[in-house]
Design a protein around this ligand. Structure first.
Ligand SMILES: [Zn+2]
Length: 134
C-alpha cells in the first residue's frame, strides 16, 4: 500500500483513538455516584439501568479501541490492508467503509456464512430438544 494512503489511515486511527480515550475520561468522571442519586428506590433503579448502559457502552468502546490499536500495529508492521486469512489485499473501498477490517470481502463472506450455519445448527438443535420434551 502507498505510504501516503497508509499515513492517512494512521492519522484516522490516531484521531479515533484520541476521541475514545477522551470520551472514556469524561464518562469516568460522570460515573461517580452522588449520594443524592440514591435517595429512593425509583432513583436507585434508574441509576442501576444507567450504570448498566454505561458499562455496555464502555465495553463496546474498549473493543473498538482494541481494534484501532491492532490496526495501528498492522500499519507499523506493514501488514495493514492485507487479509489475515488469505493474505490478499483488502480492497480500498472496503477499507474506507471499515478501516479496521482484517478480512477481504470474500473471506468475510465465508466467515459470515459459517456463522450463519452455526446459528442455524444451534436453532435446529434446540428445536429438537423442544420436540423431545413436548
Ligand atoms: Zn481473504
Amino acid at each position: 500500500m502507498e505510504k501516503t494512503i497508509l499515513n492517512r489511515f494512521k492519522a484516522l486511527f490516531e484521531r479515533q483513538k484520541r476521541d475514545l480515550v477522551y470520551s472514556g475520561k469524561v464518562m469516568n468522571e460522570e460515573f461517580n455516584l452522588k449520594p443524592d442519586d440514591l435517595a429512593d428506590e425509583v432513583d436507585l433503579t434508574s441509576t442501576e439501568n444507567e450504570t448498566g448502559m454505561r458499562m455496555r457502552l464502555r465495553n463496546r468502546e474498549a473493543l473498538f479501541l482494541k481494534k484501532i490499536e491492532e490496526a495501528l500495529a498492522r500499519i507499523s508492521k506493514g501488514t495493514f490492508g492485507q487479509c489475515s486469512s488469505c493474505e490478499d489485499e483488502i480492497s480500498m473501498k472496503r477499507l474506507e467503509a471499515r478501516p479496521t477490517a482484517t478480512l477481504c470481502v470474500d473471506c468475510k463472506e465465508s466467515q459470515e456464512q459459517s456463522e450463519r450455519l452455526h446459528i442455524d445448527g444451534h436453532r435446529y438443535k434446540s428445536l429438537g430438544n423442544k420436540f423431545q420434551l413436548g
